[in-house]
Design a protein around this ligand. Structure first.
Ligand SMILES: NC(=O)c1ccc[n+]([C@@H]2O[C@H](COP(=O)([O-])OP(=O)(O)OC[C@H]3O[C@@H](n4cnc5c(N)ncnc54)[C@H](OP(=O)(O)O)[C@@H]3O)[C@@H](O)[C@H]2O)c1
Length: 320
């Protein structure tokens, strides 16, 4: 990828298929509402890209005075590993979980932060009922990437007291991410039991789902259904009664979400997509990059703008 020096203040979005994202249309509207003088540009990199590609992207942002910063999705772990040393400072979440989603500058220094534990937490607070875990449910998180780490750390937060899942099962199709999740989540001072399960085939995830008690949380954190087509489950998978089902994305074929919706009324499921997560993810990074505070009222205003854009696109896909 070649990078041209900017002639305008520019906020970057590092992802896989950034042009299809709602943020491309939404950011200019948000920028106007917030009084920001900046445009947004996408940087598309293939999944598990060459480390050099991450170093080039970060070096470019670091050295171009008009590159203000970036939101990173999907590449959070790979970018941290390949280019973490290019940052002048990383926040405690980024250092603890070895991933980052926010790149910004302060006083000429390049800073990196992991926002998912905050934005994922805010998104979960919006749909997980109070005292949900008192019914003995567990959490099954399919995919052991950056989002899975954030979700697990939020769910086991000390301030939740006894209101935590009885167990968190994390699955991944290949071994390396599973091993690093075990190592990184092992740093948490949490009472919750963790299980790390190699699930190379969707039928393996079906089995993990079948073993869950009712009133559990089931998360598709694999990117399947957006970054790649399909679902981590087969069409034969059966959701336990009363589960909360969370698809982290909201564009793409969303096969996993459709599989859950097909069982929604029969199994009493609550099915949630990644829209609210998307709004919190972006507003958290915008606060870093533009050094501003988005309070509750401003968030509601930005949510309304986003909703009006969605309504205008009724029937079409939404997307990060
Ligand atoms: N709505 C939002 O605002 C929002 C926010 C955060 C994330 N997301 C989305 O959530 C998804 C996950 O994000 P991430 O940053 O955690 O991505 P990531 O770091 O790429 O992690 C995805 C993980 O899923 C694993 N995986 C792939 N197929 C699998 C399968 N069939 N069964 C089990 N595991 C499988 C991958 O394994 P390998 O290591 O073998 O490749 C990888 O470890 C992305 O699509 C991202 O766009 C959305």
């Amino acid at each position: 990828m070649s990078y041209e020096p900017n002639d305008k203040p520019t906020f970057y979005f590092i992802g896989v298929t950034t042009a299809g994202s709602s943020i491309m249309k939404l950011f200019p509207l948000w920028a106007e509402a917030l009084g920001l003088d900046a445009r947004i540009k996408g940087i598309d990199l293939p999944i598990h890209a060459d480390p050099q590609a991450y170093r080039e992207a970060v070096s470019f942002i670091k050295n171009d005075p008009l590159a203000l910063g970036a939101l990173v999705t999907t590449h959070k772990i790979d970018l941290y590993r390949a280019a973490g040393d290019l940052f002048d400072e990383l926040d405690p979440y980024a250092t603890m979980f070895e991933e980052l989603s926010s790149i910004y500058k302060k006083g000429g220094r390049l800073l990196g932060a992991a926002k998912d534990p905050v934005s994922g937490g805010l998104a979960m607070e919006a749909f997980i009922p109070e005292r949900f875990w008192s019914r003995g449910g567990e959490a099954l998180v399919m995919g052991a990437g950056g989002s899975a780490l954030a979700i697990a750390s939020y769910l086991t937060k000390k301030e939740h007291g006894a209101n935590v899942p009885a167990k968190i099962v994390i699955t991944n199709r290949s071994r390396p991410r599973l091993d690093s999740a075990r190592r990184l989540l092992g740093k948490l001072d949490a009472k919750t039991e963790f299980e790390y399960r190699l699930c190379p085939e969707p039928a393996d995830n079906d089995r993990a789902l079948r073993e869950l008690p009712s009133h559990s949380l089931v998360v598709n954190a694999t990117g399947l259904g957006k970054d790649r087509p399909g679902s981590p489950l087969t069409d034969d998978a059966v959701f336990p009664e009363g589960c909360l089902v969370w698809e982290l994305n909201y564009r793409g074929d969303l096969t996993f979400k459709r599989q859950a919706e097909a069982q929604r009324s029969r199994r009493g499921l609550h099915v949630e997509d990644g829209w609210v997560y998307f709004l919190h993810g972006w507003t958290q990074v915008i606060q870093d990059v533009f050094d501003l505070e988005i309070d509750r009222d401003t968030f509601s205003q930005l949510e309304e703008i986003a909703m009006s854009l969605q309504t205008g696109r009724a029937g079409k896909e939404r997307g990060q």
